[in-house]
Design a binder for this molecule. Structure first.
Ligand code: HEC
Length: 113
């Protein structure tokens, strides 16, 4: 529990840095797209629909859907960091900054559909 609180704090700090450091704004979805391709497509599909054999087996929700998108950035970051069984958590392997970029990427694929 203590661990996840300090993680949220880190996320907050990284978010603040991203907002106040010029040249590193919300447009930083490029890296998010790469991380997504490397770690997430097997279950969530390249378009986020979850239309993959694994995704269908696990009944993942469409990441572009309003049900998923209505959650705040903090909530989505926490799911990615801590996992949502059977999805593994990525807090340790990716760290707050990459997770921030992933959330930005998820917002970008939603906006397009
Ligand atoms: C082993 C398969 C698997 C992998 C890999 C995986 N996920 Fe998931 N993901 C799931 C499952 C299962 C759920 C829970 C079911 C659901 O809510 O869609 C989930 C839920 C989520 C949710 C919450 C959706 C909701 O319902 O609110 C987000 C956001 C998400 N995953 C993002 C990611 C990201 C980003 C990655 C890559 C870093 C990733 N997932 C990798 C299987 C996976």
């Amino acid at each position: 529990m203590k661990k996840s609180i300090s993680f949220i704090t880190l996320l907050g700090i990284s978010f603040t840095l991203n907002v106040f450091l010029p040249g590193r704004t919300a447009a930083g979805t490029g890296e998010g797209a790469e991380t997504y391709k490397a770690k997430c497509v097997a279950c969530h599909g390249s378009d986020g629909s979850g239309n993959t054999p694994l995704g269908q087996k696990m009944k993942v929700r469409d990441l572009r859907s309003p049900d998923v998108q209505k959650q705040t950035d903090d909530e989505l970051s926490a799911i990615i960091a801590n996992g949502k069984p059977p999805m593994p958590g990525y807090g340790k392997s990716l760290g707050p900054e990459k997770i921030h970029d992933l959330v930005a990427y998820l917002r970008s694929i939603a906006a397009k559909s």
